[in-house]
Design a protein around this ligand. Structure first.
Ligand code: PMP
Length: 351
Protein backbone atom coordinates (compact mmCIF):
# COMPACT_ATOMS: atom_id res chain seq x y z
CA UNK A 1 0.00 0.00 0.00
CA UNK A 2 1.20 3.56 -0.65
CA UNK A 3 2.78 5.32 2.35
CA UNK A 4 0.04 7.95 2.57
CA UNK A 5 -3.01 5.86 1.88
CA UNK A 6 -5.46 5.10 4.62
CA UNK A 7 -7.43 1.84 4.64
CA UNK A 8 -10.41 3.91 3.49
CA UNK A 9 -8.65 5.18 0.35
CA UNK A 10 -7.22 1.75 -0.36
CA UNK A 11 -10.68 0.20 -0.16
CA UNK A 12 -12.28 2.62 -2.64
CA UNK A 13 -13.39 1.08 -5.89
CA UNK A 14 -14.00 4.23 -7.93
CA UNK A 15 -16.36 4.74 -10.83
CA UNK A 16 -14.76 4.26 -14.24
CA UNK A 17 -16.18 6.87 -16.63
CA UNK A 18 -16.92 5.84 -20.22
CA UNK A 19 -13.98 6.14 -22.59
CA UNK A 20 -13.17 9.70 -23.71
CA UNK A 21 -10.33 8.85 -26.12
CA UNK A 22 -8.05 11.65 -27.24
CA UNK A 23 -6.09 9.67 -29.84
CA UNK A 24 -8.41 10.02 -32.81
CA UNK A 25 -11.84 11.24 -33.82
CA UNK A 26 -14.45 8.56 -33.15
CA UNK A 27 -18.15 8.49 -33.79
CA UNK A 28 -18.85 8.64 -30.06
CA UNK A 29 -21.85 6.54 -29.14
CA UNK A 30 -20.57 5.46 -25.72
CA UNK A 31 -21.43 8.09 -23.08
CA UNK A 32 -24.97 9.19 -23.94
CA UNK A 33 -24.00 12.73 -24.87
CA UNK A 34 -26.25 14.64 -27.24
CA UNK A 35 -25.02 14.83 -30.84
CA UNK A 36 -26.60 18.27 -31.15
CA UNK A 37 -25.39 21.70 -30.18
CA UNK A 38 -26.93 23.24 -27.04
CA UNK A 39 -29.65 25.89 -27.45
CA UNK A 40 -28.30 28.86 -29.45
CA UNK A 41 -29.67 31.08 -26.66
CA UNK A 42 -27.51 29.21 -24.14
CA UNK A 43 -24.45 29.76 -26.34
CA UNK A 44 -25.07 33.52 -26.46
CA UNK A 45 -25.63 33.68 -22.69
CA UNK A 46 -22.38 31.81 -22.02
CA UNK A 47 -20.47 34.03 -24.43
CA UNK A 48 -21.66 37.13 -22.58
CA UNK A 49 -20.20 35.77 -19.35
CA UNK A 50 -16.89 34.94 -21.00
CA UNK A 51 -16.55 38.41 -22.50
CA UNK A 52 -17.40 40.45 -19.47
CA UNK A 53 -17.99 38.73 -16.16
CA UNK A 54 -15.44 36.11 -15.25
CA UNK A 55 -13.57 38.21 -12.68
CA UNK A 56 -16.70 38.05 -10.48
CA UNK A 57 -17.83 35.14 -8.32
CA UNK A 58 -21.02 33.45 -9.47
CA UNK A 59 -24.22 33.61 -7.39
CA UNK A 60 -23.64 30.86 -4.78
CA UNK A 61 -27.40 30.38 -4.54
CA UNK A 62 -27.89 29.90 -8.32
CA UNK A 63 -31.12 31.87 -7.96
CA UNK A 64 -31.77 32.72 -11.62
CA UNK A 65 -31.41 29.08 -12.58
CA UNK A 66 -33.61 27.93 -9.70
CA UNK A 67 -36.27 30.46 -10.70
CA UNK A 68 -36.18 29.31 -14.33
CA UNK A 69 -36.40 25.62 -13.35
CA UNK A 70 -39.19 26.33 -10.84
CA UNK A 71 -41.21 28.17 -13.48
CA UNK A 72 -40.63 25.44 -16.03
CA UNK A 73 -41.74 22.62 -13.69
CA UNK A 74 -44.51 24.53 -11.88
CA UNK A 75 -42.90 24.35 -8.42
CA UNK A 76 -41.53 26.99 -6.03
CA UNK A 77 -37.90 28.07 -6.26
CA UNK A 78 -37.25 26.69 -2.75
CA UNK A 79 -38.08 23.25 -4.16
CA UNK A 80 -35.07 23.30 -6.48
CA UNK A 81 -31.44 22.44 -5.69
CA UNK A 82 -28.63 22.91 -8.20
CA UNK A 83 -25.30 21.05 -8.28
CA UNK A 84 -22.20 20.45 -10.36
CA UNK A 85 -23.69 17.75 -12.55
CA UNK A 86 -26.33 15.38 -11.22
CA UNK A 87 -23.42 13.26 -9.99
CA UNK A 88 -22.76 15.93 -7.35
CA UNK A 89 -26.45 16.16 -6.44
CA UNK A 90 -26.50 12.38 -6.01
CA UNK A 91 -23.31 12.47 -3.93
CA UNK A 92 -24.79 15.06 -1.54
CA UNK A 93 -28.07 13.16 -1.29
CA UNK A 94 -26.24 9.94 -0.48
CA UNK A 95 -24.11 11.72 2.12
CA UNK A 96 -27.01 13.48 3.76
CA UNK A 97 -29.98 11.19 3.43
CA UNK A 98 -28.74 7.64 3.00
CA UNK A 99 -25.75 7.34 5.33
CA UNK A 100 -28.02 6.53 8.25
CA UNK A 101 -26.74 3.11 9.23
CA UNK A 102 -29.28 1.04 7.33
CA UNK A 103 -28.73 -0.28 3.80
CA UNK A 104 -29.73 1.66 0.69
CA UNK A 105 -31.92 -0.11 -1.86
CA UNK A 106 -31.23 0.13 -5.58
CA UNK A 107 -31.40 -2.16 -8.56
CA UNK A 108 -28.89 -4.33 -10.27
CA UNK A 109 -28.54 -3.55 -13.18
CA UNK A 110 -28.48 0.25 -12.83
CA UNK A 111 -26.17 3.31 -12.87
CA UNK A 112 -22.93 2.02 -11.41
CA UNK A 113 -22.10 5.23 -9.55
CA UNK A 114 -24.63 4.37 -6.81
CA UNK A 115 -22.47 1.52 -5.59
CA UNK A 116 -19.42 3.80 -5.58
CA UNK A 117 -21.13 6.48 -3.45
CA UNK A 118 -22.49 3.83 -1.13
CA UNK A 119 -18.97 2.52 -0.65
CA UNK A 120 -17.58 6.03 -0.13
CA UNK A 121 -20.09 6.85 2.61
CA UNK A 122 -20.00 3.42 4.26
CA UNK A 123 -23.56 2.60 3.17
CA UNK A 124 -24.40 -1.04 2.67
CA UNK A 125 -26.09 -1.56 -0.70
CA UNK A 126 -29.31 -3.57 -0.70
CA UNK A 127 -29.22 -4.74 -4.28
CA UNK A 128 -32.57 -5.61 -5.82
CA UNK A 129 -32.15 -7.58 -9.06
CA UNK A 130 -34.15 -6.59 -12.11
CA UNK A 131 -36.70 -9.12 -13.31
CA UNK A 132 -35.99 -11.55 -16.17
CA UNK A 133 -37.25 -8.89 -18.60
CA UNK A 134 -34.90 -6.25 -17.10
CA UNK A 135 -37.73 -4.48 -15.28
CA UNK A 136 -37.94 -2.91 -11.84
CA UNK A 137 -40.83 -4.65 -10.04
CA UNK A 138 -42.26 -2.31 -7.35
CA UNK A 139 -43.31 -5.34 -5.30
CA UNK A 140 -39.59 -5.99 -4.68
CA UNK A 141 -39.42 -2.58 -2.96
CA UNK A 142 -41.99 -3.42 -0.28
CA UNK A 143 -41.13 -4.34 3.32
CA UNK A 144 -37.57 -3.11 3.09
CA UNK A 145 -35.68 -2.05 6.22
CA UNK A 146 -33.52 0.58 4.51
CA UNK A 147 -32.20 4.16 4.84
CA UNK A 148 -33.50 5.04 1.39
CA UNK A 149 -34.33 3.88 -2.12
CA UNK A 150 -32.92 4.93 -5.48
CA UNK A 151 -34.98 4.26 -8.60
CA UNK A 152 -33.58 5.19 -11.99
CA UNK A 153 -36.33 6.08 -14.42
CA UNK A 154 -35.78 5.36 -17.22
CA UNK A 155 -33.19 2.91 -16.00
CA UNK A 156 -29.63 2.94 -17.32
CA UNK A 157 -28.14 1.12 -19.10
CA UNK A 158 -31.29 -0.85 -19.92
CA UNK A 159 -33.27 2.18 -21.16
CA UNK A 160 -36.56 0.79 -19.79
CA UNK A 161 -39.07 3.15 -18.16
CA UNK A 162 -41.48 2.67 -15.28
CA UNK A 163 -44.98 4.17 -15.24
CA UNK A 164 -45.62 6.76 -12.52
CA UNK A 165 -48.07 4.38 -10.87
CA UNK A 166 -45.11 2.07 -10.09
CA UNK A 167 -43.06 4.97 -8.73
CA UNK A 168 -46.01 5.79 -6.47
CA UNK A 169 -46.06 2.20 -5.21
CA UNK A 170 -42.38 2.52 -4.21
CA UNK A 171 -43.08 5.90 -2.54
CA UNK A 172 -46.03 4.52 -0.59
CA UNK A 173 -44.12 1.41 0.48
CA UNK A 174 -41.26 3.54 1.86
CA UNK A 175 -42.91 6.60 3.45
CA UNK A 176 -40.26 7.23 6.13
CA UNK A 177 -37.17 7.37 3.92
CA UNK A 178 -36.13 9.37 0.88
CA UNK A 179 -36.98 7.78 -2.45
CA UNK A 180 -34.63 9.33 -5.00
CA UNK A 181 -35.79 9.05 -8.59
CA UNK A 182 -32.89 9.61 -10.97
CA UNK A 183 -34.41 10.97 -14.19
CA UNK A 184 -31.25 11.69 -16.17
CA UNK A 185 -32.95 10.45 -19.37
CA UNK A 186 -36.61 11.21 -18.67
CA UNK A 187 -37.07 13.76 -21.48
CA UNK A 188 -36.62 11.08 -24.14
CA UNK A 189 -39.96 9.40 -23.50
CA UNK A 190 -40.71 8.61 -19.83
CA UNK A 191 -43.08 10.24 -17.35
CA UNK A 192 -41.43 12.55 -14.83
CA UNK A 193 -42.17 12.14 -11.13
CA UNK A 194 -41.81 15.91 -10.65
CA UNK A 195 -45.61 16.02 -10.87
CA UNK A 196 -45.69 13.98 -7.63
CA UNK A 197 -43.34 16.02 -5.43
CA UNK A 198 -46.02 18.08 -3.73
CA UNK A 199 -47.89 14.89 -2.83
CA UNK A 200 -44.93 12.92 -1.42
CA UNK A 201 -42.60 14.55 1.13
CA UNK A 202 -40.19 11.61 0.73
CA UNK A 203 -39.70 12.08 -3.04
CA UNK A 204 -36.56 13.63 -4.50
CA UNK A 205 -36.31 13.83 -8.30
CA UNK A 206 -32.85 14.35 -9.83
CA UNK A 207 -32.27 15.52 -13.39
CA UNK A 208 -29.39 16.78 -15.51
CA UNK A 209 -28.47 19.20 -18.30
CA UNK A 210 -26.04 16.63 -19.71
CA UNK A 211 -28.39 14.66 -21.95
CA UNK A 212 -31.56 16.22 -23.40
CA UNK A 213 -30.21 19.76 -23.05
CA UNK A 214 -26.90 18.87 -24.71
CA UNK A 215 -24.81 20.55 -22.00
CA UNK A 216 -22.69 17.74 -20.55
CA UNK A 217 -19.65 20.01 -20.86
CA UNK A 218 -20.84 22.55 -18.29
CA UNK A 219 -21.76 20.03 -15.55
CA UNK A 220 -25.13 21.08 -14.16
CA UNK A 221 -27.68 18.86 -12.44
CA UNK A 222 -30.61 19.56 -10.13
CA UNK A 223 -33.00 18.08 -7.61
CA UNK A 224 -36.69 18.89 -7.18
CA UNK A 225 -38.44 17.99 -3.92
CA UNK A 226 -40.37 19.54 -1.05
CA UNK A 227 -38.53 22.44 0.67
CA UNK A 228 -37.36 20.41 3.67
CA UNK A 229 -35.40 17.93 1.55
CA UNK A 230 -33.99 20.74 -0.60
CA UNK A 231 -32.96 22.68 2.50
CA UNK A 232 -31.01 19.62 3.67
CA UNK A 233 -29.10 19.54 0.37
CA UNK A 234 -28.36 23.29 0.67
CA UNK A 235 -26.92 22.79 4.16
CA UNK A 236 -24.70 20.00 2.87
CA UNK A 237 -23.61 22.03 -0.16
CA UNK A 238 -22.73 25.06 1.96
CA UNK A 239 -20.66 22.83 4.24
CA UNK A 240 -18.69 21.61 1.23
CA UNK A 241 -18.50 24.00 -1.75
CA UNK A 242 -20.71 27.06 -1.65
CA UNK A 243 -20.06 27.92 -5.34
CA UNK A 244 -21.00 24.69 -7.12
CA UNK A 245 -21.78 26.25 -10.49
CA UNK A 246 -19.55 28.67 -12.35
CA UNK A 247 -20.86 31.77 -14.12
CA UNK A 248 -20.69 30.25 -17.60
CA UNK A 249 -22.63 27.18 -16.53
CA UNK A 250 -25.19 29.20 -14.63
CA UNK A 251 -25.91 31.49 -17.57
CA UNK A 252 -25.95 28.66 -20.12
CA UNK A 253 -28.20 26.41 -18.06
CA UNK A 254 -30.66 29.23 -17.30
CA UNK A 255 -30.98 30.17 -20.97
CA UNK A 256 -31.35 26.50 -21.91
CA UNK A 257 -34.26 26.04 -19.48
CA UNK A 258 -35.94 29.10 -20.94
CA UNK A 259 -35.65 27.65 -24.45
CA UNK A 260 -38.25 24.90 -24.06
CA UNK A 261 -38.90 24.81 -27.80
CA UNK A 262 -35.32 23.83 -28.56
CA UNK A 263 -35.41 21.09 -25.92
CA UNK A 264 -38.52 19.65 -27.55
CA UNK A 265 -36.94 19.86 -31.00
CA UNK A 266 -33.82 17.88 -30.12
CA UNK A 267 -35.73 15.33 -28.06
CA UNK A 268 -38.10 14.74 -30.99
CA UNK A 269 -35.14 14.34 -33.36
CA UNK A 270 -33.40 11.90 -31.01
CA UNK A 271 -36.56 9.82 -30.58
CA UNK A 272 -37.12 9.62 -34.36
CA UNK A 273 -33.50 8.56 -34.90
CA UNK A 274 -33.83 6.00 -32.09
CA UNK A 275 -36.90 4.44 -33.70
CA UNK A 276 -35.08 4.15 -37.05
CA UNK A 277 -32.00 2.68 -35.36
CA UNK A 278 -34.05 0.10 -33.46
CA UNK A 279 -35.74 -1.13 -36.62
CA UNK A 280 -32.42 -1.36 -38.49
CA UNK A 281 -30.76 -3.21 -35.59
CA UNK A 282 -33.66 -5.64 -35.45
CA UNK A 283 -33.29 -6.31 -39.18
CA UNK A 284 -29.69 -7.32 -38.42
CA UNK A 285 -30.88 -9.81 -35.81
CA UNK A 286 -30.22 -7.75 -32.68
CA UNK A 287 -32.54 -7.95 -29.69
CA UNK A 288 -33.22 -4.40 -28.53
CA UNK A 289 -34.83 -3.54 -25.20
CA UNK A 290 -37.63 -0.95 -25.49
CA UNK A 291 -35.91 2.37 -24.84
CA UNK A 292 -37.30 5.60 -23.37
CA UNK A 293 -33.83 7.17 -23.49
CA UNK A 294 -31.18 8.48 -25.89
CA UNK A 295 -29.51 5.06 -26.03
CA UNK A 296 -30.39 1.46 -26.79
CA UNK A 297 -29.33 -1.68 -24.92
CA UNK A 298 -28.79 -4.47 -27.39
CA UNK A 299 -27.61 -8.03 -27.70
CA UNK A 300 -27.13 -10.39 -30.62
CA UNK A 301 -27.94 -14.07 -30.11
CA UNK A 302 -25.10 -15.16 -32.37
CA UNK A 303 -22.44 -12.49 -31.81
CA UNK A 304 -20.23 -11.88 -28.82
CA UNK A 305 -20.64 -8.34 -27.39
CA UNK A 306 -16.93 -7.80 -26.81
CA UNK A 307 -16.06 -8.83 -30.37
CA UNK A 308 -18.68 -6.44 -31.73
CA UNK A 309 -17.42 -3.62 -29.51
CA UNK A 310 -13.79 -4.14 -30.62
CA UNK A 311 -14.71 -4.43 -34.28
CA UNK A 312 -16.75 -1.20 -34.14
CA UNK A 313 -13.92 0.57 -32.33
CA UNK A 314 -11.52 -0.45 -35.05
CA UNK A 315 -13.94 1.05 -37.56
CA UNK A 316 -13.94 4.32 -35.59
CA UNK A 317 -17.23 3.85 -33.73
CA UNK A 318 -17.24 3.80 -29.97
CA UNK A 319 -20.08 2.08 -28.08
CA UNK A 320 -20.27 1.02 -24.41
CA UNK A 321 -19.26 -2.52 -23.50
CA UNK A 322 -19.46 -3.44 -19.82
CA UNK A 323 -16.83 -6.16 -19.60
CA UNK A 324 -17.21 -9.86 -19.01
CA UNK A 325 -19.93 -9.70 -16.36
CA UNK A 326 -23.00 -11.88 -16.01
CA UNK A 327 -26.00 -10.66 -18.02
CA UNK A 328 -24.83 -7.09 -18.70
CA UNK A 329 -21.67 -8.39 -20.40
CA UNK A 330 -23.78 -9.85 -23.21
CA UNK A 331 -25.10 -6.40 -24.09
CA UNK A 332 -23.84 -3.22 -25.70
CA UNK A 333 -25.22 0.21 -24.90
CA UNK A 334 -25.35 2.43 -27.96
CA UNK A 335 -26.03 6.16 -27.71
CA UNK A 336 -28.34 7.67 -30.32
CA UNK A 337 -26.27 10.09 -32.40
CA UNK A 338 -27.22 11.99 -35.54
CA UNK A 339 -28.94 10.19 -38.43
CA UNK A 340 -25.61 10.08 -40.29
CA UNK A 341 -23.81 8.59 -37.29
CA UNK A 342 -26.45 5.90 -36.86
CA UNK A 343 -26.30 5.11 -40.58
CA UNK A 344 -22.54 4.66 -40.20
CA UNK A 345 -23.15 2.34 -37.24
CA UNK A 346 -25.64 0.21 -39.18
CA UNK A 347 -23.26 0.03 -42.16
CA UNK A 348 -20.38 -1.01 -39.90
CA UNK A 349 -22.51 -3.69 -38.25
CA UNK A 350 -23.80 -4.96 -41.60
CA UNK A 351 -20.22 -5.34 -42.78
N1 PMP B 1 -27.67 9.39 -13.56
C1 PMP B 1 -27.60 8.53 -14.57
C2 PMP B 1 -28.58 7.41 -14.62
C3 PMP B 1 -26.62 8.67 -15.57
O1 PMP B 1 -26.52 7.78 -16.55
C4 PMP B 1 -25.73 9.76 -15.48
C5 PMP B 1 -24.68 10.00 -16.55
N2 PMP B 1 -23.74 9.07 -16.72
C6 PMP B 1 -25.83 10.62 -14.39
C7 PMP B 1 -26.82 10.42 -13.46
C8 PMP B 1 -24.86 11.74 -14.19
O2 PMP B 1 -25.03 12.76 -15.08
P1 PMP B 1 -24.33 14.18 -14.91
O3 PMP B 1 -23.40 14.11 -13.72
O4 PMP B 1 -23.63 14.43 -16.18
O5 PMP B 1 -25.43 15.13 -14.64
Amino acid sequence: MSRFWTDKIASLDPYVPGEQPQDKQYIKLNTNESPYSPSPKALVAMQEQVCDKLRLYPDPNCQTLKNALAKSYGVDANQVFVGNGSDEVLALAFMGYFAGGKPLAFADITYSFYKVYANLYGIEPKIIPLTESFDIDPVDYENLDVSGVVVTNPNAPTGKALPLSDIEKVLKANPDVVVLVDEAYVDFGAQSAVSLVNQYPNLMVVQTFSKSRALAGIRVGYAIAQPELIDGLERLKNSFNSYPIDRIALAGATAAVEDAEYLQEICDKTIATREWTVSELEKLGFEVLPSATNFVFVTHPKKDAETLYLSLKEQGILVRYFGKKPRIGEYLRITIGTDAEMQALIEALSA
